[in-house]
Design a binder for this molecule. Structure first.
Ligand SMILES: C[S@@+](CC[C@H](N)C(=O)[O-])C[C@H]1O[C@@H](n2cnc3c(N)ncnc32)[C@H](O)[C@@H]1O
Length: 253
């Protein structure tokens, strides 16, 4: 490597030798070799143990208090959709009794972990490695006493990128009974996973938070095109934060 070919980001502007001590990563580039800052430089993992109350349910877990600037790290904090869905869960505990649940885009895991109190098993999923780490940490927090593994506690984290059939099949192999209920909070996906309970009926409970009118109508027309019933649960429309949210129950026609 020729020193003259090396570009150190921000080095010139800062004129600061300390930068050389920061962890660097050498990227391969045919044109020039670029030394980038280590990815950890951009990741805030200073999670705070935070308490939330939903009806009679209290739950503590680790999360950030404000969003990262990286759009792909949205899962590091609790979103309005989770507040809405957890409130719904706490008022409809009997709906989950005896069921097996999978959650999509779990973020820090507040919905799946609360739901586990009312059902047999919850598989929490996300596509982001950093987010999966905090889910795991929160699962461990809720798996005491310490000698009992999270798995035997009925809480498991799995990597799942929406639409990734290989990952879905892998999850179904590990959980061959399939799932009775799919949960989604503050996510925008109407998934093929509705068929995850072979021979039986699976319901997708989505806490939808409106961000754009166009998206509101698009999600309903997409559901209809994909042969899904999208039923707004009466009495769930409300303001969460400063946004309008609602619970949908989605089933296959
Ligand atoms: C807005 S956050 C909601 C997190 C959590 N459900 C809540 O309400 O607090 C969206 C979550 O979906 C995950 N996500 C986004 N795109 C995804 C994808 N294509 N596949 C799987 N997960 C995804 C993000 O990592 C993030 O955790």
């Amino acid at each position: 490597m020729n020193q003259n070919d090396v570009v150190v980001l921000n080095m010139e502007e800062r004129g600061n030798k300390e930068l050389q001590n920061e962890k660097t990563l050498i990227c391969n580039d045919e044109e020039e070799e670029i030394i980038c800052l280590d990815p950890s430089f951009f990741i805030d993992d200073n999670y705070q143990l935070t308490e939330f109350t939903f009806g009679s349910q209290q739950i503590q877990l680790f999360c950030l208090q404000s969003a990262s600037t990286d759009f792909d790290l949205t899962g590091q904090l609790v979103w309005p959709g989770a507040m809405l869905l957890n409130d719904y869960l706490s008022k409809n505990v009997e709906m989950f009794q005896g069921s097996t649940v999978i959650e999509l885009g779990s973020g820090v895991g507040i919905t799946g972990i609360l739901c586990r109190r009312f059902c047999n098993k919850v598989v929490l999923t996300d596509h982001n490695e950093e987010v999966l780490k905090i889910i795991q940490k929160n699962i461990e927090l809720h798996s005491c006493p310490e000698n009992i593994s999270p798995t035997s506690h009925g809480l498991v984290a799995e990597k799942l990128e929406w639409g990734n059939t290989d990952q879905i099949n892998e999850i179904l192999q590990k959980h061959p009974g399939g799932f009775d209920i799919i949960l989604g909070a503050d996510i925008y996906i109407l998934i093929q996973l509705l068929q995850v309970k072979e021979g039986g009926k699976c319901k997708f409970i989505l806490a939808y938070v409106s961000r754009a009118k166009m998206m509101d109508s698009m999600i309903i027309s997409e559901a209809s095109k994909s042969n899904m019933h999208m039923n707004e649960v009466p009495g769930t429309k409300c303001i969460v934060g400063n946004l309008e949210g609602v619970i949908y129950e989605i089933t296959l026609k």
